[in-house]
Design a protein around this ligand. Sequence first.
Ligand code: GLA
Length: 701
Amino acid sequence: MTDPVVHLRAGGTSVVVVADAERLPRIIHWGADLGEVDAAALAIAARPAIGDSAVTYPQPVPVVAQLSEGWLGRPGVVGSSSGTRWAPLFRDARYTLDGMALRCEAVDSEYKLALLVELELLPTGLVRQRATLTNAGDAAYRVDALEVALPVPSHADEVLDFTGRWALERVPQRRSFHVGSWTRESRGGKPGLENTMLMIGGERGFGFRSGTVWGVHLAWSGNQVLAAERTPADTRRLSGSELLLPDEIVLGSGESYSTPWLYGSWGDGLDAMAARFHEQRRAEHPLSPRPVILNTWEAVYFRHDLDTLIALAERGAAMGAERFVLDDGWFTGRRDDTSSLGDWTVDSTVWPEGLEPLVARVRELGMQFGLWFEPEMINLDSELAREHPEWVFDAGHGAGLPSRHQHVLDLGHEDAYAHVFGLVSELVGRLSIDYIKWDHNRYLLDAGHTPDGRPGVHRQVEQLYRFMRELRGAHPGLEIESCASGGGRIDLGVMRYADRVWPSDCNDPHERLEIQRWTGLLLPPEVQGTHIGAEVSHTTHRSHPLDYRAEKAIWGHLGVEVNLLEADEAQLAALAGWVAFHKTHRELLHSGTVVRADLADASLRLEGVVARDSSAALYAFSVVERGATWPPGRVRLPGLAPGTLYRVEAVFPDVRVAHLPPWFETGVTLSGRALGTVGVEAPSLDPDRSVLLHAVAVPDA
Ligand code: GLA
């Protein structure tokens, strides 16, 4: 390929790359589609003035940055052969372009290292990049870091990322895009509850609907770092890499290491950025209508008993559930969370006839059957740990700190992998299990592979992917949920094999509204498990009426996680009503475009889903706390087609509040433009109450 400037265009995105034979690829534009443009002229226009030193912050910076080129920021390649070959300089780049996929193969002939950089623009306008380092020399080469980056312009002046904790995942935090690097690291062998998931830079004050934003995500389920870096020369980059432990990757002669894909999305507003991720997911991983789940966890916890569970299943089916999921507590010895992880056989004292009678009844009731597993975990109090203590990770100080009384099983031991895979696969096959709730409740703190204690995190993640891949291969149609104490493993790496995530152990709708909204920047609603919990939340002890709990759950992959055996007829009927409502609208909810309004009043939320053909939309208007001003005033309904007339009605629930705006009585018919610009008056609700607004296009008269 001879053209030194490549212009990739797809899905409303342009990526312009300087791709000359001298150096690694340099991106001079990632963002809005530029249309037909003289890319070479653009490259000239984008060339910076040369400063007083040629060796400080070269411009533009290659996607894999190199110290040897004068880059003093975060290094792209860190590694050595026992202290030599530590400052690589990749040149002699050979570029190939295949559609919207650009490959650059460069070498450092002195060091005998080769680097492949892949940059792909996907049809949705998502861009992804990864690098592969190959050791062509004789000496072993230890890789400490291999990082790829996407540049953002100087008007990306604010950074958004997320933190969190158990039952409160994805808490946003914003800061100015200062000089220096803002890094978010995960060192616990999974992204973690506090993981940022995305690193976003954007125009100051950006919101869901306005302000251009750029965000990156690393498709990896292990240790990682995402960074937003700004240099004294005002270069701004968003980067990502696997966080490698000492000697975790040592390349023998001819061996290679590839980074995970770093995905990048941009948009005018966070909604547009998120929409590209959603579209990509939907294109790659189409799903059947999401079956409504009845999950046993918060209903019975470890109190498993056939009669109770059958009664629960019967009530669930009557309520409209389509999949019954038996959570933790079914396997040998598991009466509480102190023991037995690893012993994946059905407990014969609790289940004398096995799980078969339950499964048979569940199927008779027309439901699918799902089962909870935690395949990567082990309790020291288990038959497995007693037989194979060497399969517990150990970095030299024993099994290390317990967390929820448990430790991590090292799947890097092939025998351990085969043992657990065999047990899980046998049960999935025998019971024709439709769905696995795949949990992961301890961090990999000191994950040393026995006997020498070398780091085993990278290998563990590879084995996880292999496990899921092989299990799905052996049992076509099997679905998997990625759960890790809630939302501790939400990433596009595991999502290659998983069908949904469990965003949080918190079913409190007040918290769920925020958790789902922010998790929704990466994943579409149908991939988020959203369950109706008990009236008094088991994690926050707040109490909420059913309507609010249900309304916050209908948007995603709906489930019910309450003890239906304690519900009275009226409650069961109300639940059934919500399940039916969800089923009526799930096609729209699970295929439409997610929109969230930017409201000045922090006590209000408005979000919804607009059908792809703009023919209908469903919105929830919520009051989350008592605002300083009152009544709430008008809310604009985002995302409708401006030139289309819509009939808007408040549909559900049957709101019993003192102050309803008059239009609630009759509904209102207005253009999408008017609804998006002027909006409609919102009702005066108490905190933690909501109404649903349904907009339906009115055929032209
Ligand atoms: C984790 C999960 C819960 C539940 C329990 C069972 O905490 O996040 O949803 O499955 O384990 O022990």
